[in-house]
Design a binder for this molecule. Structure first.
Ligand code: ZN
Length: 148
């Protein structure tokens, strides 16, 4: 990756990691899903409010490393207002890209996280919130999603 681009990506991750967006609890009509990454100790709760097949609101709370928090923060920004069909397509594209099962594709803002691919141990940090979303959106809420 171009070093200037890499620096920019790191800044975005640090910014979201320090000041996560949509970092709050949703009170009404929401599904919530706990998620835990034992490898790193990242923990979060994802809150999802879906109305007529569209994500009305999505938020999270938790604590963990900058990558896990930034990924959750960027995810909530990307998925809010999307239909579940659109959101699932983004989920699939993101997880395939970050785990190296897809070729390079333009993921817009999500591409800031693709640098994580070079560090397999951190992939679980980056995908934690997304797995929580997958379960919450699929209606298969588990007691807790772990990345193992
Ligand atoms: Zn982590």
């Amino acid at each position: 990756m171009n070093p200037m681009l890499q620096t920019l990506y790191q800044e975005v991750i640090l910014d979201h990691g320090k000041q996560p967006r949509n970092f709050r609890k949703l009170e009404e009509n929401c599904i919530h899903q706990d998620a835990y990454n034992p490898l790193c100790g990242d923990k979060l709760v994802l809150y999802l409010n879906v109305k007529d097949g569209r994500i009305e609101d999505i938020s999270f709370e938790g604590q963990g490393c900058a990558i896990s928090m930034a990924s959750a923060s960027i995810m909530t920004e990307e998925l809010k207002g999307k239909t579940l069909v659109e959101a699932n397509a983004i989920y699939k594209q993101f997880t395939e890209n970050i785990t190296g099962h897809a070729g390079e594709s333009d993921m817009g803002k999500l591409s800031v996280l693709s640098g994580v691919k070079a560090f397999p141990a951190r992939v679980k940090c980056a995908t934690l919130a997304w797995h929580a979303f997958e379960h919450a959106a699929g209606g298969e809420t588990k007691a807790s999603v772990t990345t193992e």
